[in-house]
Design a protein around this ligand. Structure first.
Ligand code: ATP
Ligand code: MG
Length: 427
């Protein structure tokens, strides 16, 4: 397609054959989230650029180099395509006073945009499902969010996703740790890369989040924030761990886990698999008690996570969880003028009874229609010819098993189709 227009690099079309897996997963996710009392929120994909700069932080990878930002030609507004949805959810919560009646559990699902180098598991448009619990201060909600993820892995039959947790403490604790960290980084300045050298002063914690393999040794030796936590932070962290232990959920404390966004405090966590190569983080989250106030709202503690759908689907495919793209229940073959006219009524009757029906459109010979019926993956062909319709009847032809075809009354077609498909299910 050299002369044609293609999709933007790093942004994927999700085509039939693949989209069935997405829909099936979305159904599971919605039911699972509702099972924990989360309610759906849908915010715009475009937000004012200032929202993300303020929420995520000026010296993060996302804000410094990954955002799709532009000036709206029509009115000069500075806009950004959301790189994540926590900022938007908090903005909406403030704008609509969502916490006025009390704490809220919210979830979202949708596209996010980051100008990263596209590779397997890393795209420029990708999808996240995420949850935000707002107005909750205790460690119970943090732990509940980890427990719920474990339930999802179990429900999806996924194994080997391990939970990493850490605590980022409070602001004063991070300030004290920061002094030690800057001193350490300064001593090792010669080994830092350009980004880290720049961030060493502006936002030294970000150096610990560097993906540069050459820096990992240096990062491993850096002062640990965990060693700077006061009593309250430790108590919160212990609280989370007690609930995890009670629930029998294995976890590792990873003192290097700082997350890539500035709004986090206290608990942070990631679910990581080694089955997806370098892009092994399936889910990341944590507490962001200061964000509400930072965005101009009434202070309220909160905790949330976001999961990458592409990575989750890739893992499901790896673990053999790929669902087949199922065909419709019925392909409706119709030939002759009378038959093609009554086909509409028959199709609607079947759909009203709950069946998935593809009605043949576009005419053609009986043979070519039967070929299409076969290719559609349908269980059953319902055949209407003028003779049949004149007699008030239709022919049912099983397509997936060696079974004789059968003439049935059109008036009782739904029952006849039903008894076929239900037999099929039992087999
Ligand atoms: P990574 O360390 O892989 O860059 P992140 O810390 O930037 O991830 P978050 O902002 O925490 O990611 O987003 C939560 C989840 O969204 C990630 O754990 C991952 O599953 C998914 N995700 C993030 N960026 C992308 C991307 N560019 N393409 C596909 N999935 C992504
Ligand atoms: Mg990233």
């Amino acid at each position: 397609m050299s002369a044609g227009i293609t999709a933007v690099r790093g942004m994927n079309d999700i085509l039939p054959g693949e989209s069935e897996r997405w829909e099936a997963l979305e159904d599971v996710l919605r039911a699972w989230l509702r099972g924990y009392g989360y309610r759906n929120i849908r915010t715009p994909i475009l937000e004012q650029t200032a929202l993300f700069r303020r929420a995520i932080g000026e010296t993060t990878d996302i804000v410094e180099k990954e955002m799709y930002s532009f000036v709206d030609d029509l009115n000069g507004e500075r806009l950004t395509m959301r790189p994540e949805a926590t900022a938007s959810t908090v903005r909406a919560a403030i704008e609509h006073s969502l916490l006025y009646p009390g704490p809220q559990r919210l979830y979202y699902f949708g596209q996010m945009f980051r100008h990263e180098r596209p590779q397997k598991g890393r795209y420029r448009q990708f999808h996240q499902v995420g949850a935000e619990a707002m107005g909750f201060a205790g460690p119970d909600i943090d732990a509940e969010q980890m427990l719920m993820c474990q339930r999802l892995w179990d429900d999806l039959g996924l194994s080997g996703i391990s939970l990493h947790i850490n605590s980022l403490g409070s602001l004063p604790e991070r300030v004290t740790h920061r002094e030690a960290l800057v001193a350490y980084l300064r001593d090792n300045e010669a080994y830092l890369d350009e980004d880290s050298r720049r961030r060493m002063h502006a936002n030294p914690l970000r150096v610990l989040d560097s993906k540069n393999p050459d820096l990992q040794g240096l990062i491993a030796g850096a002062p640990r924030l965990l060693d700077y936590l006061g009593d309250d932070s430790l108590k919160h962290f212990d609280g989370v761990q007690t609930i995890l232990k009670d629930a029998g959920i294995a976890y590792v404390i990873n003192p290097r886990l700082v997350r890539g966004l500035d709004y986090y405090n206290l608990t942070v966590f990631e679910w990581v698999t080694d089955k997806l190569g370098a892009q092994g983080t399936v889910c990341g989250g944590g507490r962001y008690d200061g964000l509400m106030e930072q965005l101009g709202g009434k202070p309220a503690p909160a905790c949330g996570w976001a999961m990458g759908i592409e990575r989750l689907l890739a893992l499901m495919a790896k673990e053999g969880q790929a669902t087949d793209a199922a065909g419709p229940d019925v392909y409706l073959v119709n030939q002759g003028e009378l038959a093609s006219r009554s086909a509409f009524r028959v199709a609607e009757d079947l759909r009203a009874a709950g069946f998935e029906v593809v009605q043949h459109c576009g005419g053609g010979s009986f043979k070519s229609q039967m070929k299409k019926a076969d290719a559609s993956g349908a269980w059953l062909a319902v055949i209407l010819g003028d003779d049949e319709v004149a007699a008030g009847e239709a022919t049912l032809k099983p397509l997936r098993e060696e079974k004789a075809q059968q003439r049935v009354k059109i008036a009782a077609i739904a029952d006849a189709v039903g008894s076929h498909l239900f037999q099929e299910d039992e087999a």
